[in-house]
Write a protein that binds this ligand. Sequence first.
Ligand code: ADP
Ligand code: MG
Length: 412
Amino acid sequence: MAKKKETDFCNFCGEPITPDTLLIHGESAAICENCANRVNEIVSEFHKNRPSKNQNHLQELKLIKPKELKAKLDEYVIGQEEAKKVISVAVYNHYKRILSGKADDKGVEIEKSNIILVGETGTGKTLIARTIAKLLDIPFCIADATVFTEAGYVGEDVESILTRLLQAADYDVHKAEMGIVFIDEIDKIARKGADNPSITRDVSGEGVQQSLLKLLEGATVNVPPQGGRKHPEQKFTVVNTQNILFIASGAFNSMDKIIAERMNTNVIGYNKKNRQLDKENIMKYISAQDLKSFGLIPELCGRFPVITYLNALDRDALQKILLEPKNALIKQYIYLLELDGIKLEFTQEALDYIVDKAIELKLGARGLRSIIEKIMTDLMYEAPASKKKNFSIDLKYAQTQFESSIFSFLNS
Ligand SMILES: Nc1ncnc2c1ncn2[C@@H]1O[C@H](COP(=O)(O)OP(=O)(O)O)[C@@H](O)[C@H]1O
Ligand SMILES: [Mg+2]
């Protein structure tokens, strides 16, 4: 007589097993993948809520006061005073919020300070976020919003962001849960709207925004530790996003026009005389309303209470970036050659030339590196084997090297 084998059922939920479901066998019982996942969640939840473990990480958290944090940022990031200040305050408040626990006795609860950085490419958005994470010694990861798709479509799931954060935290869940997630190119998932016909992304942009929203709302998320698509056999790590700081960034092209339009409309009709619009620095008026006009859904804007902008870098700033930050580009090349016993210097005219070219490239500070690399390649190739121990990069040399590299590029 055919007796139904007990292994066709999960001994926990009693459900019969379909050919697609994984059943894990023990000595005298079996558990289905659904129950296994649930058990995994319960176990993680239990360990997470144990105070001793949590406390250790909280003690490790370096709370640096805003002024001090800004001063440290100054060593790495040139200009962008407003952004550095706003972010220093937001980050300080964020970690104070975590350390203080939940609400105070009057029920005052500190809202999370996720940040949106608006600024052209190469102005230091990523640099600021990365530097903050380094200064505070917390896990940091960068995710590009354009690679995400709505669940069920080909592409990466939004949850994979947390996989990267886990990796950055050496798979220490508690540490990851206090980390910073940097979401780049958030402007590229704006929905196409009447206000912003220039966006080419179709409706799916909105779907990705919806998925992001879940992470931002402070959810418990099942994270595949190896990333990629959810796979039935993969064990999940449960990550709570409640204390993760999200910093989003984007160029938001033509944002100045959206702001100007709003300001003009607002100014007309009330208080016109008293309003002095600083037309040169229109970006400083940026508000959540402008992000909405650009095509971010209101719920998502609501999750980013801190909005700040980064200025395009002018020639003075670019010059400083070459020379002043702790690991300034020029310092790096001088050091590289110093290791070969070679003394390298740049004339002021050569530096001016590099800055000129960077401005032409319109890549902000991002262009500086590729320009110097082009100028320096031949020298770095020849110099270590040369008897000459002093090299000066002057205008003529910089110009010749740069132009010939462009020429060979055009011919290749
Ligand atoms: N304000 C700045 N101060 C110092 N270096 C900068 C600044 N902005 C950009 N850089 C340099 O340019 C590179 C690219 O900047 P990044 O922060 O990635 O720009 P983006 O705004 O596009 O994120 C950085 O690695 C850094 O070397
Ligand atoms: Mg960037």
